[in-house]
Design a protein around this ligand. Structure first.
Ligand code: SAH
Ligand code: SF4
Ligand code: F3S
Length: 445
């Protein structure tokens, strides 16, 4: 049997696309492998968001070229596919830099992978079109489902934050129709999925056509997915502060299946920098929004994204970011050094922040964020949470799952609990994961 190795970088949208590419190859008779050495097709699903992410692809491709040569010497063919956002952004340049690449395919064309692979036997192929047909209508059934699954409901971005490549690599905002989302969610539920994470670059800008053709918002979509039998939990990511409407705030108060966790990127606490970033909201507007969300769901765990060292960022601007972090107290967060990206307005600016200053600011911000995250994890010890069991744990006899607040928990329990929501008392907070004990009544069941 032919084998396919698919590796994904970047965001959840890419993780979803990678899973769907594996489905496409699966329908063509490829079995999935974790071992790149034995793969007949290797897919790198790339990310262009920061320079490091994009450059990593080329070092990986260098290794794949060698591997391809070794396999060829043994009479084995290897097709190398570059997919995702670097593929979209750089197209044929990728093959100019690394001729071993057979296929370059963008995020909107990967349903054509079988045809592209076939064509690549004659000559190298590039497909970075935004085709008129909808890839979702051409994808085979999903395979290899676990207890939790991503579901893309919206793609693209029209926000054009001054630092960001996504509007260029993913194109304009498009929402899938409600019926298409519900059909996919229904199949996921039938396949044993208990938790669905609705994903999009700006998922709360979702405005898919409903049955009557009228635009439906994310809050109503969440309610409709919650009504599907078998779906116990719903999450969504990533949202933008400006698209957060009252209906979505209310959904957090009213829909029990909507989990108390919110990733809401803010990037900076300085109004001057937020304006320069073209975020189009102030730090106080963000604070007020968080107040509303917390009023609706007091135990909600908050997460965010931060960029330090955006061009022109002063010590005073950075102090505003630290103040925002202290005011809000994020339970988790991602923070990055600003990375200039080709084609974005911010990359043209001459007032870049020196690398050493960026490093110092990143360390200070991460110190603050980590302290809060660790305190939050320690506060979980002694509490009982409903845990969705997703897989076997790191040690034999253990399983691993997530609390409603998206904390990872490991505990002793037989594997038949995978796919169930069970009560677990947290006993210990480790570096990256909590440890717990299944409550006796659940263990007996
Ligand atoms: N659509 C989401 C996230 C997009 S990318 C949103 O609107 O927030 C994920 C994160 O990467 C961003 O939130 C931002 O913090 C970071 N990021 C994006 N471009 C970057 C750049 N040029 N340099 C550093 N970090 C960046
Ligand atoms: Fe990028 Fe901004 Fe769009 Fe998020 S909202 S994807 S950061 S342009
Ligand atoms: Fe990266 Fe593309 Fe996602 S640039 S973060 S993979 S949308």
């Amino acid at each position: 049997m032919k084998k396919a190795y698919v590796k994904s970088y970047g965001c959840q949208m890419n993780a979803y696309d990678a899973a769907r590419m594996a489905d496409v190859l699966g329908a063509e008779g490829f079995s999935a492998t974790d071992s790149v050495e034995e793969a007949d097709v290797v897919v790198l699903n790339t990310c262009h968001i920061r320079e490091k992410a994009a450059e990593k692809v080329y070092s990986e491709l260098g290794r794949l070229r060698v591997l391809k040569g070794e396999r060829k010497a043994r009479g084995l063919d290897t097709r190398i596919v570059v997919a995702g956002c670097v593929a979209q952004a750089e197209g044929a340049e990728i093959q100019a830099r690394q001729p071993a690449v057979d296929v370059v395919v963008g995020p909107q064309s990967y349903h054509r992978l079988p045809e592209l692979l076939a064509r690549s036997r004659e000559r190298r192929v590039v497909d970075t079109e935004f085709p008129v047909e909808d890839k979702f209508d051409h994808l085979p059934a999903r395979r290899g489902l676990g207890a939790s699954a991503f579901l893309t409901v919206q793609e693209g971005c029209d926000k054009f934050c001054a630092f960001c490549v996504v509007p260029y690599t993913r194109g304009a905002e498009v929402s899938r129709p409600v019926a298409a989302v519900l059909a996919e969610a229904g199949k996921l539920a039938a396949g044993g999925v208990r938790e669905v994470t609705l994903i999009g670059q700006n998922v709360n800008a979702y405005h898919g056509a409903g049955a009557d053709g009228a635009a439906t918002g994310l809050a109503d979509l969440v309610r409709a997915v919650a009504a599907i039998p078998g779906i116990a939990r719903i999450r969504y990511t990533t949202s933008h502060p400006n698209d957060f409407d009252d209906a979505l705030v209310r959904a957090h108060a009213e829909v029990p299946a909507l989990m108390p966790y919110l990733h809401l990127p803010v990037q900076s606490g300085s109004d001057r920098i937020l304006a320069a970033m073209n975020r189009r909201h102030t730090a106080d507007a963000y604070r007020r929004l968080i107040d509303q969300v917390r009023a609706a769901r007091p135990d909600i765990a908050l997460s965010s994204d931060f960029i330090v060292g955006f061009p022109g960022e002063t010590d005073a601007d950075f102090a505003e970011t630290l103040r925002l972090v202290r005011d809000i107290g994020f339970e988790s967060a991602f923070s990055f050094k600003y990375s200039p990206r080709p084609g974005t307005p911010a990359a043209e600016r001459a007032d870049g922040v020196p690398e050493s200053v960026m490093s110092a600011r990143l360390a200070e911000l991460q110190g603050l964020l980590d302290a809060r995250r660790h305190a939050y994890q320690r506060a979980a010890v002694g509490q009982v949470f409903d845990v969705l069991v997703e897989k076997r744990g790191r040690h034999p006899g253990q399983v691993a799952g997530k609390t409603p607040h998206l904390l990872a928990v490991q505990f002793d329990a037989p594997a038949h609990h995978i796919g169930q929501v069970v009560p677990v008392r947290i006993t210990e907070a480790g570096a990256n994961s909590l440890f717990g004990a299944l409550l006796p009544e659940a263990a007996a069941a």
